[in-house]
Design a protein around this ligand. Structure first.
Ligand SMILES: [Zn+2]
Length: 439
C-alpha cells in the first residue's frame, strides 16, 4: 500500500502518499481510451505489411518470459486486494460481493492473475498507522480475516501458503500460493504476544512501520524520533527471526533499515521499494543500504508505484503538495470538498505517465548495485491508483520479463528475479527460525 484513503483526522496528506488516492480514476480511464484511439489511428501507418514489431503473438521475448514463468513461480511481494475490498465503494469489505471470478473494478481478479502468470502472491494485510477509531489490532484482525476469506473462497485457484514448501507445492498444483504480508508494525501495539499471534494467523512478513513513526521504529515518511530502532525494536526483529516471519524494511527510514540489518540473523526483504539513485524519494533505498542487502543475503522487490520509478511523476507529485496544503487550510476536514477541488486541479494539470521501461530500469539498477541474487518484484497493485504504461494490472507481469529478456537477461537471471531469489531468502529465514527455536 503506497497510498492511503484520505479521511478526516489523518496526518497531512501532503506528507504521505495519500494524495494519490485523491486522483480521479476517471482521468486514467480517459487517458487510456484516448491513447487507445490514437494507436488505432497510427498503427496501420506505422507498421504496414503486417511487420509489427513486438506483436504479442510473435514476440520471441514474450514467449521466453512466459515459458520461464510457467516453470518458476513468480512471487509478487505486495498486492493490496484486501484493503481494496474493504474500501470498495460498492462491496465495502464484503468478500462475496467483490467477486474476483468476474472482472474486478481494481487491478486484480482471477482471470488477470492467470494471464499475468502470478505463481505466488503476498496479499498485503495493510492497516493505516493513523486509524484512530479503535486500536490498530482490531483493523489488523479484520484485514487478516478478509484476506483469509478471499483465499478460502476460491480453493481451486488460491491456497494459503505458510512456507517455501507450500509455495512450491501450490505452484505444481496450478494454484497461487497465497501469503499474508502484514503492513505496519503499529498493528502489534508494542506487544510481542500480538506479533506471535499474527504469525499464527499466517502473517509471513511485517513491514516494521508504515508511514507513521512508532514508539520503537522511525518511518521513512515521518519525523525521526529514535534514530532508527529502539531496544524494543531490536527485540521485535529478533522475535521475527525466531518465528520465521520475514523482516520487511519497506516504509522504514534508512536508520531503521541500518539498525535492523545490524540485529537480524535472517535475510531481510523490501517488499515494495526501489532505488533512490534513480528517483530520490524517501520510500526508495540509498545505495549504501542496497550494498548491505547483498551482505545480508536479502532481496529488494521493485514496485510499480509511479512516483517511485519516474522522476517526472515524482516532481509532479511534489508540485501538488502546496495545492493540497492550501485546500486543507481552506476546507479543514471537509474532505469531499478537497477531493472535488484537487480532482478538478488534476484535470487541468495532468500527471506525466511512468512506464514499464522505468520499472525495468529500477530492476536493473538494483541488480547493478545489490546483485542479481537480490532483486525481485513487489508491484503494489491495488495499493496504487496510477499505474505505469504497460503495467496496467496483474495481467501484465510477462511484459516486464519480456522487456528484461530483450535487454539481455538470461533465463537463469529471469528465474531469480521471478521467484528463486525470494524462495532462497524465505528458506534461509525458515532455517534461522528452526535453529533459534532449537536453542
Ligand atoms: Zn506500502
Amino acid at each position: 500500500m503506497s497510498s492511503q484513503p484520505f479521511r478526516p483526522g489523518t496526518r497531512s496528506i501532503a506528507d504521505s502518499n495519500s494524495r494519490r488516492a485523491l486522483r480521479a480514476c476517471n482521468r486514467r480511464t480517459f487517458l487510456t481510451r484516448r491513447a487507445a484511439f490514437s494507436l488505432l489511428l497510427i498503427a496501420p501507418l506505422a507498421f504496414p505489411l503486417g511487420a509489427q514489431p513486438g506483436s504479442r503473438a510473435t514476440d520471441p521475448y514474450l514467449a521466453r518470459a512466459k515459458r520461464i514463468l510457467s516453470q518458476t513461480p513468480l512471487v509478487d511481494g505486495h498486492n493490496d486486494l484486501p484493503w481494496r475490498i474493504r474500501e470498495d465503494s460498492i462491496a465495502r469489505g464484503n468478500v462475496d460481493a467483490y467477486d474476483i471470478r468476474t472482472r474486478a473494478r481494481g487491478h486484480t481478479d482471477l482471470d488477470r492473475l492467470k494471464q499475468g502468470m502470478v505463481g505466488a502472491q503476498f496479499w498485503s494485510v495493510y492497516t493505516p498507522g493513523d486509524y484512530a477509531d479503535s486500536g490498530y489490532a482490531r483493523v489488523q484482525l479484520e484485514q487478516i480475516d478478509i484476506a483469509r476469506r478471499v483465499i478460502a473462497r476460491y480453493p481451486d485457484r488460491l491456497a494459503l501458503a505458510l512456507s517455501t514448501n507450500d509455495i512450491r507445492r501450490n505452484f505444481k498444483q496450478g494454484k497461487i500460493g497465497s501469503l499474508l504480508g502484514l503492513e505496519g508494525g503499529h498493528a502489534i501495539e508494542n506487544s510481542l504476544g500480538a506479533l506471535r499471534a499474527y504469525y499464527d494467523l499466517g502473517a509471513r512478513y511485517m513491514t516494521l512501520t508504515h508511514n507513521v513513526t512508532l514508539d520503537w521504529a522511525d518511518a521513512a515518511l515521518d519525523s525521526a524520533r529514535h534514530n532508527g530502532l529502539t531496544a524494543f525494536g531490536d527485540s521485535v526483529v529478533r522475535e521475527m527471526n525466531r518465528l520465521g516471519m520475514l523482516v520487511d524494511l519497506s516504509h522504514v527510514s534508512p536508520a531503521t533499515m541500518s539498525d535492523a540489518l545490524n540485529v537480524t540473523q535472517a535475510p531481510v526483504i523490501f517488499s515494495h521499494s526501489g532505488a533512490r539513485a534513480l528517483v530520490d524519494v524517501p520510500r526508495n533505498l540509498p545505495d549504501s543500504i542496497l550494498r548491505r542487502v547483498t551482505t545480508n543475503g536479502g532481496i529488494v522487490m521493485v514496485p510499480f508505484v509511479t512516483g517511485f520509478v519516474s522522476p517526472a511523476v515524482m516532481l509532479y507529485e511534489q508540485s501538488t503538495r502546496p495545492v493540497i496544503k492550501d485546500l486543507e487550510a481552506k476546507y479543514g476536514k471537509d474532505t469531499a470538498a478537497i477531493t472535488r477541488e484537487i480532482t478538478q486541479w488534476r484535470v487541468s494539470h495532468p500527471s506525466p505517465r511512468a512506464t514499464l521501461s522505468q520499472v525495468a530500469d529500477q530492476i536493473e539498477y538494483v541488480r547493478k548495485v545489490a546483485g542479481v541474487d537480490h532483486v525481485g518484484v513487489g508491484s503494489d497493485f491495488d495499493g496504487i491508483t496510477e499505474v505505469p504504461q504497460g503495467l496496467e494490472d496483474v495481467s501484465t507481469f510477462p511484459a516486464l520479463f519480456a522487456e528484461l529478456a530483450r535487454r539481455g537477461w538470461s533465463d537463469a537471471d529471469l528465474r531469480k528475479l521471478a521467484g528463486e531469489n525470494f524462495l532462497r531468502v524465505f528458506a534461509q529465514a525458515e532455517a534461522v527460525a528452526k535453529r533459534m527455536q532449537a536453542r
